[in-house]
Ligand binder design. Sequence first.
Ligand code: SAH
Length: 343
Amino acid sequence: MKNILDFSLEDLKLWMEENNEGKFRAKQIFEWIYKKGIFDFDNMTNISKDIKNKLKDNFYIGVPQTVNKYTSNIDGTQKFLFKYRDGNIIESVIMKYKYGNTICVSTQVGCRMGCKFCASTIGGIVRNLTHGEIAGQILRAQSEINERISNVVLMGSGEPLDNYDNVIKFIKLINSEEGLNIGQRHITLSTCGIVPKIKELADKELQITLAISLHAPSDDIRKTMMPIANKYSLNEIVDACRYYSVKTNRRITFEYALVKGVNDKKEHAKELCNLLKGLLCHVNLIPINEIKENDYKKSNMKDIDAFKETLTRCGIETTIRREMGSDINAACGQLRKNYMESN
Ligand code: SAH
């Protein structure tokens, strides 16, 4: 049995031909799944019983089941725990903005990057998600809220560039007209900075936004927070980003989680200015989400404002990320971890 969501339209056309059915059936099935949100072959009314049986013998529609759902009373952010057929659980978050619904999807079950502040990586990696499984998160979420999702950020559990081939296929699928028709400029991929893969992505010349989880102005500090810093230096990351923005004409987003006494002083802001000088970029400051597994503490608002001020003064556009869903443990990996511990 195969997950039909892992078949591109072309793949499915080919399958139809090989199975002596009309190629146009593939498009009909895509319409049921991606346009109408129907996840049961039996409800596809323009498909004959014969073909339905053939499909059911070969495929399942791998949209995950909703295990739990939490809605923030503060801002309406919704967090979902989804379960795949093999029992693995991941989380997805929907944030409601004026310009539309944004979903934060997971790309792996767990993560092997080992960032010290992150709850998703504590148990290591379980497995990669296929592109259809990642798309399934959007399909399930849309049917849960009964509204279209127009923006996607790959910022849930997992390192997208550690699951590169599936992530590229996922972007193609959701971007395609017959799929979810989500514009490339409405897709953001966030990475801890796997340099060769950033370059490979740049060569694809997609119009997606690249976000880098920088979190430190120097290699020394970064090494204390993120093991990946032992492999790639900040200079190598910034060079790869420059290459990405030249290739795509896109502005890079740098995410910087402020941790009290670790990376939030004026001297750090100045160091960051020097690092990013001349790059087409934008810095997003994030008050770190405190988790019980480490001692990292949120910076004071005063320090956060001062950090922003220093960056702005040296010409770097800077925003402070609004905290969403803080009453529902919306930070990376916290829900899955709590769920796994209590079940
Ligand atoms: N692996 C990718 C995407 C997943 S993490 C990456 O590293 O970018 C999504 C974002 O949440 C990253 O910027 C990550 O560094 C950040 N993050 C993880 N745990 C956090 C925490 N406790 N507080 C604030 N941001 C956190």
